[in-house]
Design a protein around this ligand. Sequence first.
Ligand code: FAD
Length: 308
Amino acid sequence: MSELVMRWAGRDQVRRAAMASPAARELVARYVAGERLDDLVPVLHSLVDKGLLVSVEYLGHPVTALGDAEANRAGYLELITGLAAEGLAKGAEISVRLSLLGQELGAQGEEFALQAARRITRMASNAGALVTLDMSGSEFVDSTLGTWVQLNQDLPSIGATVQAALHRTERDLANLAMPGGRIRLCKGAFRESRAVAFRNRHEIDLAFVRGLRILMKSQAVPLVATHDPRLIAIAEELIRRAGRAPDSYEFQMLYGVRPLELRRLADIGHSARSYVPYGPGWYEYYLHGLVERPDNLALFMRSLMGKR
Ligand code: FAD
């Protein structure tokens, strides 16, 4: 059922209707800062004013050719310039999705993505910002970690994301959790086969806790990316037991999801970062999120019909 609705929502007419509908845009604005830098900047200022750190995910154009990847690279560079001009770059994190830079276009695309990520990371680093690589589906983990290793040689502050759902993650963590390395642990947003991933929620949660234990015992900087109250409580306890200082780990949550919990974590002295998506690909991002959240799908359909 939801697949049918998603196909309908992906049609051009529906997309145009969503862009024109104030109710739909209002709904999306809860999770996405907007389409342009001018939309993003006030959102970031308001988060920073509340004592939160920020991570920006640039939502670029879908990539079917290298030209699209070039356009997205320009979008990332424009983002960093804009953040620096607004005094927002220092301490901000730029979350880089290698698929937007051509990673999925074969060997040439992978090389382009590496060089583009290098340029973005250098520029971010000069502006005082951090970069963390997002993680796509399991077939791109080797490529992403390979790119991370190459970038890490001259830019050791670059972070990587790992997905607890994948069987390989515990092994990967043993290599990634290096002193000072920023490692983001999330559950994983992709539907994977049983051959490579846990599919049962409880098994994924247990794998997340194992990942947390490895990271908290290491000298890496764990970035705890979850909204799950039980996992947050376990992370808090592991942080306490490890005697970690607040600048040696972070809690990270998606903009608009459990914002009061993120504020609570910041208020009691943890480093807490809001992960804020913005950019021309906002509609596709929102649709992707709807697949996981059927309640939001119903609300979205009502908003297109002019109902709240
Ligand atoms: P869940 O059990 O899914 O959620 C716990 C509770 O949080 C839910 O009951 C619900 O109340 C709330 N919630 C969670 N997500 C949403 C939502 N979208 N809308 C509304 N409510 C929600 N995945 C990747 O595969 N690759 C990445 O690079 C990646 N980067 C991420 C970066 C950050 C900072 C975060 C927070 C997540 C990232 N993810 C990434 C997504 C992640 O893998 C999960 O799919 C997502 O965070 C939901 O898992 P959860 O741990 O919050 O647990």
